[in-house]
Design a protein around this ligand. Structure first.
Ligand code: ZN
Ligand code: ZN
Length: 587
């Protein structure tokens, strides 16, 4: 069992306990522990095998440590089974719908006998939900909307969850002596924010043992299909994985074909036709019109197929990085001309980052002290960072008012004195209040090195009001950076409704940078929005919003998103060296 599976089971357990009405402190302890589990980069199966003391981890007590060991060793949790005899496990899905929650989920079940999303939808459509005490017509309407959203989003899983599920499978397959090449294709390779399924492509000296190893992989829940060179399985995590085994001569063409996107491939095929070529998953062929239309896949004279570079070159193109294959002008830009080998951008990489401008410490809801965060940034080679704890409106995060923030500055000064190798900026992530004013005193704003602003409440204001609210905040002269601008949580909360383009124009006008929040649940702004920000020449900060030192490594997801938006390091604010960055801050 992988860490992500463990976190998933423990979350289900916590949700069931919450529905049952367990002590809130116990639930809180569970949530803290789950957070630790999901941030943990070392696999628990290894820690358990080595007999490590799990209670040494933050928030992991004896009970949780024993749950984790049980899951690692047996793949199951007896307590979950016991609980499921008392409450239907499907209530967890209801509980997670916006507007439902644990108490209402229980009430729906006890009073209406509703156990599933389908059942809830039927009850709401018949008006039964509105009649329940504590619900009402408005709440019933909200539930129906939430169900529609759920249906729309529940099909795709987040890229980080796909990473977790795929990594051990790849390790297992790569270790097989028969496997000579292996790659994940599809939207996973293009690093989209969510993936529908996983397409694996392999070359093997002998396909059969590879297919057997694949279909008998322990995390497989069921085998959907199993042939000599193609298999399809459903993993316990709910992710469908396809494996295709191809010949070495076809590998490059197959990789292009299965990486997609569909739109990118269509453009490639059109280009091929214009040049008297045919491109397919088997290769690139020079064909006559009759051969092109023939059913024979290998009709014509084969000119490429073994590597991706070769396939693109046969079409007069340079190799296109998978993150760009969305038909956003990449094929045109890849065209090799007499003057140049295309005009594709040099994409930003994790190693280009010089600092991180958004992170939390134990002063608000972070897990690590300022000094621990500073050392973690220094060890990642950064030359600066900003400590940006929450402001007081976010009471549940222990947000800081003016007095506590001044105290924090003293600690920052002390840590700075001990760490001359890295520049620590005094920052704060300040709430944008409902009217667009900032949740901090003017005097304090002037004392901060960097001012971040975020919406953390009132996500559902009417669009015009929401736009006015954010515009007012962006126009504040002390503001430097607008964080997670749309407020979305992937598969959980829709982006706020407002005029993003108008807000971006205001950012450009007021010299405010925008963030790509690297947390894989946020990825906010997302790729298409970042393209717009780049067009408006707005500096973009790739931040992690880390709440724990290991959270700093989530930057790779922000980098993926930035690459998908064609960003080079010139457009990324925190790729600037310290002096250049400070000059921007003061400019
Ligand atoms: Zn935030
Ligand atoms: Zn934050």
């Amino acid at each position: 069992m992988e860490n992500a599976d463990i976190a998933r089971v423990l979350t289900e357990l916590a949700d069931l306990l919450e529905i049952q009405g367990a002590n809130p402190f116990r639930i809180r302890a569970y949530r803290n522990a789950i957070h630790t589990v999901s941030e943990q980069t070392v696999p628990f199966r290894r820690m358990v095998a080595e007999g490590q003391d799990l209670t040494a981890l933050p928030g992991i007590g004896k009970e949780m440590a024993s749950h984790i060991r049980e899951l690692v060793e047996s793949g199951d949790l007896a307590l979950l089974g016991q609980l499921a005899e008392e409450i239907p496990r499907t209530l967890v899905t209801l509980k997670r719908l916006p507007g439902v929650g644990p108490k209402k989920a229980k009430k729906l079940w006890v009073e209406l006998g509703v156990e599933t999303v389908d059942g809830l939808e039927a009850a709401a459509q018949e008006g039964e939900v509105a009649k329940l005490a504590g619900f009402g017509a408005k709440s019933q309407e909200k539930i129906l909307t939430a169900i529609a959203d759920y249906r729309e989003h529940s099909q795709r899983i987040r890229i980080d969850q796909a990473d977790e599920a795929v990594r051990p499978l790849l390790e297992m397959l790569r270790a097989l002596p028969e496997v000579t090449r292996l790659e994940v294709a599809g939207s996973y390779r293009r690093r989209k924010e969510t993936v529908g399924d996983i397409d694996l492509l392999a070359v093997a000296t002998e396909p059969e043992p590879v297919m057997t190893a694949f279909t008998s992989y322990p995390a497989v829940e069921r085998v959907e299909m199993s042939g000599p060179t193609r298999g399809s399985v459903m993993l316990r995590s709910g992710l469908e994985v396809d494996l295709r085994i191809v010949t070495p001569e076809n590998y490059g063409a197959a990789l292009v074909y299965f990486t997609g996107s569909k739109e990118h491939n269509v453009k490639l095929r059109i280009r091929a036709v214009e040049q008297g070529l045919k491109v397919s998953e088997y290769g690139v062929y020079r064909v006559t019109p009759e051969e092109r239309d023939a059913d024979d896949i290998a009709a014509g004279q084969r000119i490429a197929g073994e590597s991706e570079e070769e396939v693109y070159a046969a079409l007069g193109l340079t190799w296109v990085p998978p993150v760009l294959r969305e038909d956003r002008g990449e094929i045109e830009a890849a065209e090799i001309t007499a003057e140049a080998d295309g005009t594709l951008p040099h994409l930003v990489e994790a190693g280009d980052l010089r600092g991180d401008l958004h992170m939390h410490s134990t002063w608000s809801d972070g897990r690590n002290s300022i000094e621990e965060m500073v050392e973690a940034c220094a060890s990642r080679g950064y030359s600066y960072l900003a400590i940006t704890d929450h402001s007081k409106a976010l009471a549940m995060t222990h947000g800081l008012d003016a007095t506590r923030l001044r105290q924090q500055w003293e600690e920052i000064a002390e840590v700075q004195a001990r760490h001359p190798e890295i520049r620590i900026l005094r920052g704060q992530e300040i709430d944008i209040l409902q009217d667009g004013s900032l949740d901090q005193e003017e005097e304090i704003l002037e004392g901060l090195d960097i001012v971040l602003i975020s919406v953390h409440s009132h996500f559902e204001l009417p669009p015009a009001e929401q736009t006015r609210r954010i515009l007012r905040a962006v126009a504040h002269p002390q503001v430097n950076l607008l964080c997670h601008p749309t407020g979305r949580l992937i598969n959980r909360r829709k982006p706020m409704q407002f005029d993003l383009d108008e807000v971006l124009h205001a950012c450009a006008e007021h010299g405010v940078a925008v963030e790509v929040n690297s947390h894989p649940q946020r990825l906010d702004l997302k790729d298409t929005h970042l393209i717009r920000a780049r067009e408006l020449a707005i500096p973009i900060a790739i931040n992690t919003d880390a709440h724990i030192t290991t959270g700093l490594d989530l930057r790779r997801y922000g980098i993926d998103q930035a690459q998908r938006a064609w960003l080079g390091r010139e457009q990324v604010l925190n790729c600037r060296e310290l002096d250049g960055f400070l000059a921007w801050l003061h400019g």
